[in-house]
Design a protein around this ligand. Structure first.
Ligand code: BTN
Length: 330
């Protein structure tokens, strides 16, 4: 950990008392001037302190930002999110993560941003997320499997995100194939996986996650409103974005390691339990064709198995689906 992290940790551990510059300098093995400079930098990031001459500083509030030192303090993972690159604004966190991955960033490296100017979704769509409200996160992964299995990453991430929203907020989060997170029939999150690979080997994958946490209805562009929601809208409460980020990283690392060690079948089981799609009549647009029928499950590559009206079961690997019949629990 760096000095920033150590300093923030000390302030968090001592929320009820003042810490003098001398005590901090002694504990961290640096000069009082260094401490003073770091506190000034933390203030610029939005940390609030009460300061008293001769007594020292007390942390009043940490900012509502996805700062690495805050994430790291609460993380239980071995590698996922252990290095976090925070940006106030980027084009797309996926682009930053792809560049970092190409220049050798270790597996698990995370990129977070408060705002994206060119956030993108699947099929080249824009990803809308107002500044400082949601989770915008991209992760560098280096799975040792063939590119044909790459959809497993998005699906594993969607399962982790849905579990996270269920456990933290008791929300009925479900997954629309392949990896959209829905709450009560509206989209609350999406995942975009991008890849650098050869035919038989993945160099690296970047899993980009957008989770709608704290935006309110009036912040959503009118055209998106009917199909879009957030934790804030669903619970009526602002949530702690750091808490969600940490929980998601913890949930995802566990499932990702299981995926590498044991394969995809446990994730398929979880996905089946969380599926918005199973048992509902759907229309699928895939590879220029339109198919209608009932999804029956996922195959080993993350493809959706659909029992067509003809009785034949067909697999689709990409594309979009539309749910035609309403279901009970969403
Ligand atoms: C979708 O549902 O179409 C996928 C949306 C993915 C959005 C995330 S936000 C973080 C990362 N950066 C991007 O530009 N996109 C992904």
């Amino acid at each position: 950990m760096g000095l920033n992290e150590d300093l923030v940790e000390l302030f968090h551990e001592n929320r009820d008392r003042f810490l003098s510059g001398e005590e901090l300098a002694g504990k961290l093995g640096v000069s009082r001037t260094t401490i003073w400079n770091h506190i000034r930098a933390l203030r610029k990031l939005g940390y609030q302190f009460t300061a008293h001459t001769h007594i020292g500083y007390k942390l009043l509030a940490a900012p509502d930002r996805l700062l690495p030192q805050e994430i790291n303090l609460r993380l239980n993972t071995r590698f996922l999110g252990r290095t976090v690159h925070w940006h106030d604004e980027v084009g797309s966190t996926n682009d930053v993560a792809l560049e970092l991955a190409a220049s050798g960033a270790p597996e698990g490296t995370a990129v977070v941003a408060e705002n994206q100017t060119q956030g993108r979704g699947r099929f080249g769509r824009d990803w809308f997320s107002p500044r400082g409200k949601n989770l915008i996160l991209s992760l560098v992964l280096r799975p040792s499997f063939v590119p044909g299995r790459v959809s497993q990453l998005g699906i594993t991430t969607a399962v982790s995100a849905a579990v996270c929203l269920r456990e933290l907020f008791d929300l009925p989060a479900l997954i629309k194939w392949p990896n959209d997170v829905y709450i009560r029939g509206k989209k609350a999150g999406g995942i975009l996986t991008e890849l650098s690979a050869e035919l038989d080997r993945i160099h690296h994958a970047v899993v980009g996650i957008g989770l709608n946490l704290n935006f309110e209805k009036q912040e959503i562009p009118v055209g998106l409103r009917p199909n879009c929601t957030s934790v804030r809208i669903e619970t009526g409460r602002t949530c702690d974005r750091i808490e969600v980020t940490v929980r998601l990283l913890n949930e995802l690392e566990r499932r990702y390691r299981r995926l590498l060690q044991e394969g995809f079948s446990s994730t398929i089981d979880e996905w089946m339990d969380l599926s918005l799609t199973l048992g509902r009549r759907i229309e699928a647009a895939s590879e220029g064709r339109k198919l209608t029928g009932y999804p029956t499950g996922l195959d080993e590559d993350g493809g959706l198995l659909i029992r067509l009206d003809s009785g034949v079961t067909q697999k689709i690997s990409g594309g979009d689906i539309t749910v035609l019949s309403p279901g009970g629990q969403d």
